[in-house]
Design a protein around this ligand. Structure first.
Ligand code: C2E
Ligand code: MG
Ligand code: MG
Length: 631
């Protein structure tokens, strides 16, 4: 059924309309966000031109996808269902090009073709032979489309009013008025859209799309207010720091590092509720604000779920990479005044968790703040320590159990500060974090090789060996292998004079990258010893997969309160394993004669520990070797 033409209205009506249009324009320009602006336009079109339904479809960015954003007048379920439907801008523009008879930016979409063009704008393909529609042939079921353009005339979306209240089709004059209105709206919208984008950019991290630091803090501020108003519904703050992320960046490159961060961001977002906030605090640090989660059990469950999703292998650059995170947790409470305090609590807890190993979490406790203070002081002192030679190397002899002969040494780095000695277990992770482990590690290697050369000459024993510990970070330094080889050459030592010690867990964490590097060292005939053997969980695999030369039975299996051999069955098993693969087996942490005797009875060849020698300075070793030679 063709409809009657709408009567041209009198001036008063036109004036009233104009006022309304201006009011809407002002609204839009002041709109807090894009959605609000779109709602105003839809409502405006419905009111001013008298339509029951108004749909607005708009592009989010320069890409092809446009999203259905507003459907004014529809039932809430329909709006919910069809909101954000994707529509191809290219198909829409192509439709415009074969413009149906219409005013400039207005055209009719014919009902007969609707199924076709709807499909085409969803799939981006053009309907073939869409029939032409004119106002004269306009049908009740046909849709009217008004194109929204920005200043540059680029289509940013379209608006489609439907079901005229008076049942009349707009005549050309009316159409022209609508078109002017829509042109104006297009400009206002483009502005609102730009503002929304600016706001988004200011509050989100460009790489991951997560809340950025300042926005995360804003959300935290809201949570603080909430904690004060409703203490029983307080929130929890989780701080995530990726374990060994630096290695991924350093070895796979920054693009892969970025990809990893995106993977983590996605996994974090998927693991929490939509009401929780996930933010990127910086570098490889993420924050999660669990709203309304006062009880620790619920927080525990969430953390467990997140940890679980994080450990799944990720494929970067065709390589399988594993990632874990250390998590610090703090609960907000009504006494909390400043977000800085909350953040530093979460941070302190996170560092504490990191100290426990990988993939661990910790709830904040007061003493952790002191740890933070000490760590900060240490890491700033580390920098000067490198420049002022505060590092030295001690050596612990490795002895042959059968006769007590010294067969080699383990080089152990020492840091003596004016305020006392700092243990390697404390400063090595710190040095690694601030990027200072490489110079320290190289210093140790250079010293160790130099000392070994001296001792080989002194004892006229060229089979004396030196063991040096390497962390994964050091192993992955691009030219570490060349450095070691150069140091050995410089002192005329054979490649097998220096053994690299790496812990099982370190090798495991280093992923495939570390494996490759170990192979390289092996190809240079530099021996590899697995340190702290038995504490990792796939001991056997490493022994089989790499040509390992030696294993060090972890101290925890040797020690016991009464000084006997602690876990004799495990030690026996490890020694047999070593024999099966023709490896040298060194037992570490031997503190008593009883342990030494038991180990020897189990056919363990080598040992190291306070029972024989404590680690000592190079000068002390020289003296020791001289005394022994004189005996
Ligand atoms: P590690 O490689 O397992 O070294 C053995 C540790 O056990 C040393 O602690 C040593 O002093 C100690 N130890 C030796 N005999 C006994 C004993 O009979 N009883 C007890 N209770 N302890 C004994 P240290 O020097 O504090 O080093 C701790 C860890 O720090 C080392 O464990 C190693 O993983 C790391 N480390 C030390 N020096 C370096 C280094 O130059 N580079 C790297 N990357 N790591 C190092
Ligand atoms: Mg060691
Ligand atoms: Mg060890």
């Amino acid at each position: 059924m063709a409809l009657r033409s709408r009567r041209v209205e009198d001036r008063r009506v036109v004036e009233r309309r104009l006022e309304r249009v201006l009011a809407i324009t002002r609204d839009i320009l002041r709109a807090p966000d894009l959605d609000f602006a779109l709602e105003s336009i839809a409502r405006g079109v419905a009111e001013v031109f008298g339509f029951r339904f108004v749909t607005i479809v708009i592009a989010e960015d320069e890409g092809d996808v446009m999203l259905r954003r507003v459907m004014h007048g529809f039932a809430p379920e329909t709006i919910f269902e069809r909101k954000n439907e994707e529509i191809s801008r290219a198909a829409m523009i192509a439709l415009l090009d074969r413009r149906f008879e219409s005013a400039e930016n207005c055209f009719y979409l014919p009902a007969e073709a609707e199924a076709d063009w709807e499909r085409s704008i969803y799939t981006g393909t053009l309907p073939r032979d869409a029939p032409r529609v004119t106002p004269q042939s306009w049908h009740e079921r046909d849709s009217l489309c008004l194109v929204l353009c920005d200043e540059a005339g680029t289509m940013i979306g379209y608006l489609s009013p439907d079901a005229p209240l008076d049942g009349c089709i707009p005549d050309p004059g009316e159409l022209r008025a609508m078109e002017l209105f829509v042109n104006l709206m297009g400009l206002a919208l483009a502005k609102a859209r730009a503002q929304t984008r600016l706001r988004y950019e200011a509050t989100h991290d460009a790489l991951t799309g997560l809340a950025n630091r300042s926005f995360f803090q804003e959300q935290l501020q809201l949570a603080l207010v909430q904690a004060r108003n409703a203490p029983d519904r307080a929130s929890a703050v989780l701080f995530f720091d990726l374990d060994d992320f630096k290695q991924i960046n350093d070895t796979l490159g920054h693009l892969a590092g970025d990809a990893m961060l995106r993977v983590v961001a996605e996994r974090l977002e998927r693991a929490v509720r939509s009401t929780d906030v996930v933010g990127r605090i910086g570098g490889d640090e993420f924050g999660v604000l669990l709203n309304d989660r006062a009880d620790a059990a619920a927080v525990d469950a969430t953390v467990a779920r997140i940890q679980e999703t994080l450990v799944a292998p990720a494929t970067l650059d065709n390589r399988i990479v594993y990632i874990t995170a250390s998590v610090g947790i703090t609960l907000l409470d009504e006494a909390d005044q400043r977000i800085e305090d909350v953040l530093s609590r979460a941070d302190a807890a996170m560092y504490h968790a990191k100290g426990l190993g990988h993939a661990r979490y910790a709830y904040f406790e007061q003493y952790m703040l002191n740890e933070t203070k000490r760590r900060l002081a240490l890491s700033s002192n580390l920098r000067t320590a490198v420049d002022t030679d505060q590092f030295s190397v001690d050596y612990q002899p490795i002895v042959q159990l059968a006769d007590g002969a010294i067969v080699g040494f383990e080089a152990l780095v020492r840091w003596r500060t004016p305020a006392g000695e700092v243990l390697p277990a404390e400063f090595i992770p710190l040095a690694e974090e601030v990027g200072l482990l490489a110079p320290i590690g190289r210093f140790v290697i250079a010293e160790a090789v130099r000392s070994l050369c001296r001792w080989q000459k002194q004892t006229e024993n060229p089979s004396l060996r030196m063991h040096v510990n390497l962390s994964v970070g050091e192993l992955l330094e691009p030219d570490i292998e060349a450095y070691i080889v150069a140091q050995l050459r410089r002192h005329g030592l054979a490649p097998d004079a220096l053994t690299i010690e790496m812990t099982e867990t370190a090798i495991m964490r280093g992923n495939t990258l570390a494996f490759g590097r170990l192979e390289q060292l092996r190809s240079r005939a530099i021996p590899l010893c697995i340190d702290d053997f038995g504490t990792g969980y796939s001991s056997l695999r490493y022994v089989r997969d790499f040509s390992v030369d030696a294993i060090k039975v972890d101290r925890s299996f040797v020690e016991s309160p009464d000084g006997s051999l602690g876990s004799a069955p495990i030690v026996r098993m490890l020694i047999q394993l070593g024999a099966a693969y023709a490896l040298d087996v060194v037992a570490e942490g031997v503190e008593t004669a009883a342990q030494a005797a038991e180990l020897q009875a189990l056919d363990c060849r080598y040992a190291q520990g306070f029972h024989f020698f404590r680690p000592m300075s190079a000068a002390a070793i020289s003296r020791l070797l001289r005394d022994r030679a004189a005996r």
